[in-house]
Design a protein around this ligand. Structure first.
Ligand code: FEO
Length: 162
């Protein structure tokens, strides 16, 4: 049985993952509105992955006989800046998510909760990938600056994410 503290922190994480999905979907909508189809596709894909992350935590809670409590999801921003600013925000958001997963892991270690430690291994690896992809996009956009043809080439490249 998960401790009450563990149930509370995982319920908060489910909320964070669902908010992440909402945030990336809002970024996707913005890019689509601005006719950056490749960036929109990349963010839409990211939003779908966040739903899957929430689902993993949700299923783990139910498998352990814990109570899932879904919280209200805040409205994400409507106005966004440049592509670089958006991807920087996504990278910062991923760093925040990594820190929150590390905090759950630290609690699992303190409580000698071995199943939760094992379940979190997947997320720890996933966050390495998430931060890597987000920071690569930021680095490319920094290099591109305002060269429109290079920006269009990156948009085409990110349209290929599957
Ligand atoms: Fe669910 Fe992007 O971390």
């Amino acid at each position: 049985m998960l401790s009450q503290k563990m149930q509370d922190i995982i319920n908060e994480q489910i909320h964070r993952e669902l908010y992440s999905a909402y945030l990336y979907q809002a970024m996707s909508a913005h890019f689509e509105f601005e006719s950056w189809g490749g960036f929109a596709h990349w963010m839409h894909h990211q939003a779908e992955e966040e739903q899957e992350h929430a689902e993993r935590f949700y299923k783990y809670m139910l498998d352990r006989g814990a109570r899932v409590i879904l919280k209200g999801i805040e409205q994400p921003p409507v106005e966004f800046g440049s592509a670089l600013e958006i991807f920087q925000a996504a990278y910062e958001h991923e760093q925040y998510i990594t820190a929150s997963i590390n905090a759950i892991y630290e609690l699992a270690v303190a409580e000698k909760d071995y199943p939760t430690q094992e379940m979190l291994q997947w997320f720890i690896k996933e966050q390495v990938e998430e931060e890597k992809h987000a920071s690569e996009n930021v680095a490319m956009l920094e290099r591109i600056g305002d060269r429109i043809h290079a920006l269009m080439a990156l948009d085409r490249q990110l349209a290929e994410r599957s």
